[in-house]
Ligand binder design. Sequence first.
Ligand code: PLP
Length: 451
Amino acid sequence: MSVKKKIAECINQLRTEGETCFPFLYNSKLETYNPATDWILYSGPYWDDEEIVAAIESLITGKWVVAGEHVARFEREFSKTYNFESSLMVNSGSSANLVMIAAMKKYYQWNDGDEIIVSPVGFPTTIAPIVQNRLKPVFVDITYHDLNFDLDHVEAAIHSNTKGVVLSPVLGNPPNMDDLVSLCKKGGIQIMLDGCDALGSKWNGKHLSDYAEATTCSFYPAHHITTGEGGMVSSRNDELVSMARRFAWWGRDCYCTGSTNLSPIGACGKRFAKWIDGYDQIVDHKYLFSTIGYNLKPLDLQGAIGCVQLKKSDEIHTKRRAMKSSLEAIFIHHLGDRIAIPQEVAQAETSWFGVPIICNEHALKQELVQYFESHRIQTRNYFAGNILQHPGYHHLDDAQKFPCANLVLDNVFFVGCHPSYNEAVLTRVSDVLSSFVKNPDGRRGEAQLSP
Ligand SMILES: Cc1ncc(COP(=O)(O)O)c(C=O)c1O
């Protein structure tokens, strides 16, 4: 019997003995949802035993625990699925952004202080790596109806020091990519995609990443597919990914992965050679350091989980889209024009990360959020709102210059559209909203709806 089969049997045995094995898998699937006790979480791993078996098998049969054959396979399969030349797995989406920008800066020979356009609305580690790489973030305000950056403002911000734009589609929903591409082409600047919330989103039938020079992804459990922690940097430019790998792997020049690590000649085919100018001796390429780097490598078990998750990505995409439509209809039915929900434009096929709700006033957002939370339906701010309002980012620009961005923390929140949501979840959301509308006096207190 194969190791995998034995592990699967072991898990089943534990279950028949009454052990609660990996309860989070089954909570997240909401198969036995009970509104009296259970939370509807905004996200979580969409796993079954196959991911667990793959992870344990990789630990039992693997040689080094660290990134090896499984990570290398995940990188290859991820690239094939999303149309990249190559990919590099790292330990988080934030690390992916860090080395994507480091690699872009080195490859395109940008100077310290060169400018990168970015929205102030979103996740902090979309922006932090620009500063960490000694580039200058130039903020542009958003268009409030879709929360993405305003392309007119992007165009106005491009000048001779601008080198690129980092696009992070809001909850996976892209702005007009044709317009963005054409204005970036005109300005001679590069598009980098923080695709952490947008895996699977398309524009004109092509992956969003097809419109970017380099793309990142996060595999934190809230995201479309998860490996626990984890992230990916990908591109159709192989050299860029090799450069990102150097930054992520201690700064060394060697780019051998998986079994090529054991090769006497290495992936470069000339491992032992005179690599250092001015040093007339043989050097092992494995220990040639061509840049100042980090260690951002994942574990091999994360690669093993990723390979299983990839097989579910189409199903996740379809289910997230369907759930967004159903939840949107429920919200509009109960709240009408007191809220607005961002829409995808005709050319987009958004793989929604969540359902964004724009409230027409601050009090409504506060009341709705409290009401949902007191009824065990998880909500989320749209991350930082305007990042420039936060203490760690104050110094980068004046938050008051971005009036639309400032409204986000006040008026916007989101709920999940997880692929495991089912009819019971939709009914619960509808019941809670119905009770919210009928109980204007009791919104701030404890749950009004029983159970
Ligand atoms: C848009 C965006 N970028 C970057 C990240 C960071 O990813 P990670 O948590 O894997 O570091 C997140 C996390 O949720 C995100 O939403």
